[in-house]
Design a protein around this ligand. Structure first.
Ligand SMILES: NC(=O)c1ccc[n+]([C@@H]2O[C@H](COP(=O)([O-])OP(=O)(O)OC[C@H]3O[C@@H](n4cnc5c(N)ncnc54)[C@H](OP(=O)(O)O)[C@@H]3O)[C@@H](O)[C@H]2O)c1
Length: 264
């Protein structure tokens, strides 16, 4: 498949997924730019591509990174602390830095992101803040794909047949929810950037026994898009009413909608 060459910004480029996204975007023929907060870690990345130093919690450091980007892949991870400032605030700050410019977005969150009552989310609020980052992306009206991977690299050696699910109903909070190879997560994130079939789609990504698919468009195509104007993914549980949300999250959503009324 021949695809348009884009300038792709990878946010979280030194992470376990971001590194693979960076390499995969180069492999798919794009001009690639890594946002890196510690320049010494740039040595982890292949030499092709550009490194821009910035920290997603510091909006003033993000302008150069987004300038001229046609696409942005978010592969951020904050660990057990920092979900609000990094996983959520990072997405908000990068989108704000983009201003009124248009870019294709691929956002990685997590399988089980709508599970609010499990021990992990009660301790960290990581699901809730990641889900709020999804909501910001939807409200931005930018063209997007949201990928919620299963457990990284818990797949068996023969499990590469990708399965895309919607509604986020697998919520055991352990690898029985599904697993997928990091390399395939990166491939899906990058391929989604050039796929009309992946537009405005939110899905969980897992793998079962079988070979890796060759045609990702054929997997994206049957999925339902998120309804226009919706906060959550299509068929997600309605368990995060806007009226109960923290005022700061509501303010961010309102600002995002006001700033970007006509893109898409
Ligand atoms: N593990 C799983 O099975 C699984 C499954 C589904 C979803 N997830 C989700 O995936 C995420 C973890 O992905 P991963 O393993 O690729 O994470 P990771 O290896 O920890 O990488 C996180 C990336 O985010 C960057 N980052 C953190 N704070 C930043 C900041 N303030 N400014 C700029 N960049 C910043 C890190 O930069 P530095 O290199 O400078 O730290 C790194 O590049 C988690 O949020 C988790 O919920 C995990």
């Amino acid at each position: 498949m021949t695809v348009a060459r884009m300038t792709v910004l990878v946010v979280g480029a030194t992470g376990s997924i971001g590194r693979l996204v960076f390499a995969e975007a180069i492999r798919q023929g794009h001009a690639v730019r890594a946002l890196v907060r510690n320049p010494r870690k740039a040595a982890l990345l292949p030499p092709e591509g550009r490194v821009v130093v910035g920290d997603v919690t510091r909006p003033d450091t993000l302008l150069a990174a987004v300038d001229g980007a046609d696409a942005i892949v978010f592969a951020l991870g904050s660990g057990k602390v920092g979900a609000e400032s990094v996983d959520y605030g990072g997405v908000r700050n990068v989108l704000n830095a983009l201003g009124s410019r248009k870019a294709r977005i691929a956002l990685m969150t997590s399988i089980g992101v709508t599970n609010r009552t499990g021990a992990y989310n009660r301790a960290t609020e990581a699901h809730d803040w990641k889900r709020r980052s999804e909501r910001l992306v939807r409200a931005s009206d930018l063209p997007y794909t949201i990928v919620r991977p299963g457990w990284f690299d818990y797949n068996g050696p023969d499990e590469h047949r990708l399965v895309l699910l919607q509604g986020d109903r697998r919520q055991a909070g352990d690898p029985s929810d599904g697993a997928v190879a990091r390399r395939q997560i990166a491939e899906v994130l990058v391929r989604s950037l050039v796929s009309d079939q992946a537009l405005r789609k939110t899905f969980e990504l897992i793998a079962t026994a079988g070979p890796a698919p060759e045609d990702l468009d054929a997997l994206f195509a049957p999925l339902d898009p998120d309804p226009l104007g919706a906060l959550d993914g299509v068929r997600d549980m309605a368990n995060m009413p806007l009226g109960d949300e923290p005022q700061r999250a509501r303010d961010d959503l309102e600002a995002m909608r006001a700033d970007r009324p006509t893109n898409g």
